[in-house]
Design a protein around this ligand. Structure first.
Ligand code: IVH
Length: 692
């Protein structure tokens, strides 16, 4: 059938294999260079579109020639199969911790001690006036060991206990600011072991917490915990979704001679392509160190990530060695901390709140205290395990902290010698709101009462009526509370049986407001599948997953009929969400409520119907692009096609609907003609987009 020479039958490109390899290499180098400029140097040279174009070209070539894929290709930053466990690994050298000081006096004392000890160690030949310190931020994250062999990133591990850590190589590979290869032209050592800090930017942290709480899960207390959670995932795809950054601050070992000072050490790391602290200073006197600390603390709140102090290091490495180390920290460096955003107060009571999904959350009621300008009178204790681990009891003195935008948390208990303590906290056996039995799932406790529990029913109704769900105007917290407490509403469906006579006696209602609420309830009877799914308040199903489900299944009945495996086969739906969906729709009570809602006139618009009405004209159509486009980046063109319901493929077949031929189109054009596939120019493609 085909007239192509044999060595080309596996691919559809006109290029010979050596040509492809050359192009792939060139693209990889180019992409790495731009990654470095963007993520490490903060100085991009090309637009995002241009970058996407390079990336797409590489992905296309690798798709056509899978045998050319190498683990250090920029396309391979995600995609390792999930691990069964994180393997333990021994560090090349112990990863020490730092002693910390909080005040100026302590730093002056450190300087004095260093001078005294160095003078003693080195005797007459030592001129203590020559001591320099290098100071840099103390990043509030978790430290990792990075190993590069022949310039290639080969292993990364968490600190663990300082001697043995966990191998998180695949997860670290997903960090864009971590070079998978060192800059070959900067002559890096054949073996390099470096130490770095991994952390999360505050904006990314807040976005992550929003996504998590939308799924009904517990938010992370601070960026540090979020970073640690992200890095210690078994599935690197999850790490890749949670943007982490890295800054490198120490050479732990290397082949050849080490740079003579810490300052030069940072310069070398930077030359080899690793991100290093940009804000740093070499100080000839301890007063300059103190000034750097003050200046840094003053801009602390403007930084996009959290730092909790500065690290002061003796600059000369031979002097570092002369000073040596104690069992767990060096004598030549200290962490000079900022004034903590933590304050001490008392736990006045521990109460248990019941959430919308029935989760019982212990909450500490505190003697009000000002933490960094915000008065804090309550703090979440997350769950029973956390209370036990921190051993918090009523009457205890505790340190509370505030990180980013989140709910304040209790950092730790302050132990007061000889204090009389109350009994340890215990989760109740019965729901504090409805008295139903409490069920346990791992660290979490749930009220088994479901919507028989007024707390859960109120939460369910408020959520159902909220903007992102059925959007029932006028059905706020206060009204919901009255409807539930007066027994007028026992489930979601009861909302649609309410009458004006019932509403009028309620607090805050008059003739007009009652009519308005009834109208709003009536309007909500026309609802999209996506919003209805959000409204049901299924655990782990927020707006995003609801959209995914609506698009994939089209109708509520198809969703009700699906089982766990079917849910799991959907991209973006993992085993936990699938299980939650299955158990929700299997529950008889939930099915009955849905039936009653429909009987009372609720009409759920099927997603497929809605979307095909003019909005998804490319539904079922496959596009293949060949050659360069003038008006679009490949990524943009793909996005537009997908927005209109179509799909973009990298290789051609009889099933392809359109080939868009740009400049220098290549062999795909001939092939398209052979297969009888419609070929359009970029202009024609543009007008296809605009017709819609
Ligand atoms: S130097 C032997 N430099 O702070 C040298 N550590 O409290 C040890 N950290 O475990 C570390 N930023 O995770 C160093 N610029 C920096 C740092 C830094 C953050 C962390 C590191 C360490 C902890 C000690």
């Amino acid at each position: 059938m085909t007239h192509q020479p044999r060595h080309l039958t596996d691919s559809q490109t006109p290029q010979s294999r050596p040509d492809v390899q050359t192009r792939v290499d060139a693209l990889r180098n180019e992409i790495r260079r731009h990654d470095y400029l963007y993520y490490v140097k903060n100085r991009p040279e090309i637009s995002d579109q241009e970058y996407d174009r390079l990336f797409r070209e590489l992905t296309d070539l690798e798709t056509a020639h899978p045998d050319l894929i190498t683990p250090d290709s920029p396309t391979q930053r995600v995609g390792a199969p999930p691990l069964a466990e994180l393997k333990k690994t021994q560090h090349v050298r112990p990863m020490l911790s730092l002693d910390s000081v909080a005040g100026m006096e302590d730093v002056l004392a450190f300087d004095k001690r260093v001078r005294r000890e160095l003078g003693r160690e080195l005797g007459q030949e030592m001129d203590t006036a020559a001591i320099h310190y290098t100071v840099e931020p103390k990043y509030d994250g978790l430290s990792v060991e990075l190993i590069y062999e022949n310039g290639i990133f080969t292993r990364g591990a968490t600190r663990g206990d300082g001697t043995i850590g966990e191998d998180v190589t695949v997860n670290l590979r997903t960090l864009r600011s971590l070079p998978l290869q060192l800059q070959a032209d900067a002559d890096p050592p054949s073996r390099l072991v470096a130490r770095a800090e991994v952390y999360m930017r505050l904006d990314d942290f807040q976005a992550l917490n929003r996504r998590i709480t939308e799924r009904g899960e517990e938010a992370f207390a601070n960026p540090r915990n979020a970073a640690s959670g992200a890095l210690r995932q078994l599935d690197s795809r999850i790490t890749a979704e949670r943007p982490l950054v890295i800054t490198c601050y120490e050479i732990m070992a290397q082949s050849g001679t080490l740079p003579p000072t810490h300052w030069e050490e940072l310069e070398c790391l930077s030359r080899w392509g690793l991100p290093v602290p940009l804000h740093r200073r070499r100080c000839a006197r301890i007063e300059e160190v103190i000034a750097f600390h003050a200046e840094t603390e003053a801009v602390r709140d403007q930084l996009p990530f959290e730092i909790d102090g500065v690290v002061v290091k003796i600059d000369r490495r031979d002097w570092q060695e002369a000073l040596g180390e104690k069992s767990r920290s060096p004598r030549w460096a200290i962490a000079y901390k900022f004034t903590p955003r933590k304050e001490i107060t008392q736990v006045q009571d521990i109460v248990v709140s019941v959430g919308r999904t029935g989760t019982l959350t212990p909450l500490a009621l505190l003697k009000p205290v000002d933490v960094g300008g915000v008065t804090i009178s309550r703090a979440t204790l997350h769950n029973a395990d956390e209370v036990a681990r921190k051993d918090i009891r009523v009457g205890d003195t505790v340190r509370v902290e505030r990180a980013g935008d989140v709910i304040p948390a209790i950092a730790e208990r302050v132990i007061i010698p000889g204090e009389q303590r109350a009994a340890p906290f215990r989760m109740p056996d019965r729901c504090p709101v409805c008295g139903s039995a409490v069920a346990r799932e791992g660290a979490y406790y749930y009220c088994s009462g479901q919507t028989a529990c007024p707390a859960q029913l109120k939460g369910e109704l408020e959520h159902f009526a909220s903007k992102g769900a059925l959007n029932i105007d006028g059905l706020g917290k206060k009204t919901v509370a009255q409807l539930v407490e007066k027994g007028m509403v026992r489930d979601l469906a009861d909302l649609y049986t309410l009458t004006k006579e019932q509403l009028l006696p309620l607090e805050g209602f008059a003739d007009r407001s009652a009519s308005l609420l009834l109208e709003a309830i009536d309007r909500s009877k026309q609802v999209s599948l996506e919003r209805f799914l959000v409204g049901l308040g299924i655990r782990q199903v927020g707006q995003h997953i609801a959209r995914v489900l609506a698009r994939r299944f089209g109708t509520l009945d198809a969703i009700i009929a699906a089982d766990r495996d079917t849910f799991e086969s959907v991209h973006e739906i993992g085993p936990e969400i699938a299980a939650s969906l299955e158990s929700f729709f299997r529950e008889e009570r939930n099915r009955q409520v849905i039936e009653r809602l429909r009987a009372l006139g609720l009409q759920i618009t099927a997603a497929a119907q809605r979307e095909s009405q003019g909005q998804r004209p490319f539904e079922g159509k496959t596009f293949v692009f060949t050659g360069g486009l003038k008006g679009f980046s490949r990524e943009e063109a793909r996005r537009r096609v997908e927005q209109l319901g179509g799909r973009v493929a990298s290789s051609l077949s009889k099933q392809t609907d359109y080939v868009v031929a740009g400049m220098d189109p290549g062999s795909k054009l001939d092939q398209a003609k052979r297969l009888g596939v419609t070929v359009v120019t970029e202009e024609e493609f543009g007008s296809l987009l605009n017709q819609t």
